[in-house]
Write a protein that binds this ligand. Structure first.
Ligand code: U2F
Length: 455
């Protein structure tokens, strides 16, 4: 138990790439607000902390940022994101340990009494074990993805490894894995039975899958009880103490989203459920041909749209597209996605099915048209279409002009679209209920508070 002599000090260690640090910081802010007498140190690289600050993060007095090394040796540089991730990961065990020591030094010597980390950082679990304190990983992706990684060894035994080991099995249903019985072999994240099995991320996820069941005191999921009861059961069977306490963006008071391109006032001029929002997250830009087809499809569908598209990808749009659609379309570098989806005018969400986007779509009650690319996205997309029935996946898995027109017709104007919207509204109500006092996510948050305070 914590005592006056050893006031609790929680270190939260982020995976400093992509949007991973965001949900962990939201969790840290919620914990810091709920436990004002506890010290919280949030560890991430200087670059990641700067981007969180740039995103408007204001910290409470009991929550401080502590920089982590990025693992790039003095005098050298890492150009691409993959190289940066590789360098960070190869030094990660030492980086995490040193970061925890620095957190303790910066908190006036208060020893770290609990480590919460991104689940990717299995070495934070090792460090916690050596320190004799609890380790609580947070899985930021879809729960289906976590189940798949946890069952890597079983999947390899049952299906085999490599495309040639499982010819013709891509459409087989994964009914031997509790929680994945609506999913197919082809929906699995790469690096489990196909794709690069020995990339640094694949090896990391395999080690994570071994460390979590063995060493985690609890596992925090950005999910909520009842969203998919079979996933709940699968997680309960595979994990020590699963704590779905999301949607995390509803749990923590959200940061204000800047709207430099005035997307929200623009939406005010449109009717309910008429506008398409297109966004593919922070990591992926679709292949050039698909960007061009999507543009053609949007143009042909006649629907008003907002498209979050990185500046560098604009040149891939068909000539004259921006000019010809400027009366009914906005193409912006960065959009206030939560605000857009939450606007009454939002009618369809064309998405890569990154987990934050899926949850934001669900909590806004907006049906989705899915073009997943990697990792958990294919499983998430399958859940959208086949488990929750709140959207569809582009036919053939890729964007085409006809596919875009057809899918938008179904979602925006068809009977099935209406049913999708009704089901999405039900899920939205469940999400809101879960984070209310007494709701399942809110209760799991209280359980997490007990674990980090060891009482
Ligand atoms: C990785 O996903 P991404 O970061 O690519 O995508 P999301 O999980 O959907 O998160 C994107 C977030 O950025 C926000 C948006 C989401 O909260 O609202 N955003 C925005 O506000 N405006 C924009 O113009 C564009 C984005 C990974 F690729 C996935 O497979 C994982 O599921 C995910 C979580 O681990 O991380």
């Amino acid at each position: 138990n914590s005592s006056a002599e050893h006031p609790p000090h929680v270190a939260l260690v982020a995976f400093p790439f992509g949007t991973h640090a965001g949900p962990l910081l939201a969790l840290a802010r919620a914990l810091a607000a709920a436990a004002p007498a506890t010290t919280f140190s949030f560890l991430s690289t200087a670059r990641s902390l700067a981007s969180l600050r740039g995103g408007g993060a204001v910290l409470a007095g009991n929550l401080r940022f502590v920089p982590l090394s990025d693992g790039i040796p003095e005098g050298s540089s890492a150009a691409g994101i993959e190289e940066q991730i590789g360098m960070f990961l190869s030094a990660a065990p030492a980086i995490v340990r040193k970061g925890i020591e620095a957190a303790s030094a910066e908190a006036g010597g208060a020893a770290v009494s609990c480590v919460v980390s991104d689940a990717f950082l299995w070495m934070a679990g090792k460090a916690a074990e050596e320190m004799g304190v609890p380790w609580v990983p947070l899985w930021t992706g879809g729960s289906g993805g976590l189940l798949a990684h946890l069952h890597t060894d079983l999947l390899r035994r049952m299906i085999g490894v490599g495309e040639e080991a499982n010819p013709g099995r891509a459409d087989e249903i994964l009914d031997f894995i509790p929680g994945l019985s609506a999913h197919r072999v082809r929906d699995l994240p790469e690096g489990i039975i196909f794709g690069p099995l020995n990339s640094s991320i694949s090896l990391l996820l395999h080690l994570m899958a071994q460390q979590i069941p063995r060493a985690a005191a609890a596992v925090v999921l950005n999910n909520f009880h009842g969203l998919d009861p079979s996933v709940d059961a699968g997680l309960a069977a595979a994990l020590p103490n699963p704590l779905p306490l999301g949607p995390i963006h509803l749990l923590a008071p959200p940061l204000a989203e800047p709207d430099p391109h005035l997307c929200l006032p623009w939406l005010d001029r449109h009717g309910p459920a008429t506008v398409v929002y297109v966004g593919f997250g922070t990591v992926t830009t679709p292949p050039p041909a698909e960007i061009a087809w999507l543009a053609e499809g949007l143009k042909a569908s006649g629907a008003p749209f907002i498209w979050s598209l990185k500046e560098a990808a604009r040149e891939l749009l068909p000539p004259g597209f921006l000019l010809r659609t400027r009366e009914r379309g906005l193409v912006v570098n960065w959009a206030p996605q939560r605000g857009i989806l939450g606007h009454v005018a939002a009618g369809a969400f064309v998405t890569h099915c990154g987990w934050n986007s899926v949850l934001e779509g669900i909590t806004a009650g907006v049906p989705m048209v899915c073009r997943p690319f990697f990792g958990d996205q294919t499983l998430n997309a399958r859940a959208v279409s086949h488990v929750w029935g709140i959207g569809e996946v582009f036919e053939g898995g890729v964007v085409t002009k006809e596919g875009t027109v057809r899918a938008l017709e179904v979602v925006l104007r068809g009977e099935e679209g209406k049913r999708m919207r009704e089901r999405a509204a039900e899920l939205k109500a469940m999400a809101v209920q879960a984070v209310r006092p007494g709701g399942s996510s809110s209760e799991n948050f209280n359980k997490l508070l007990k674990i980090i305070h060891r009482n």
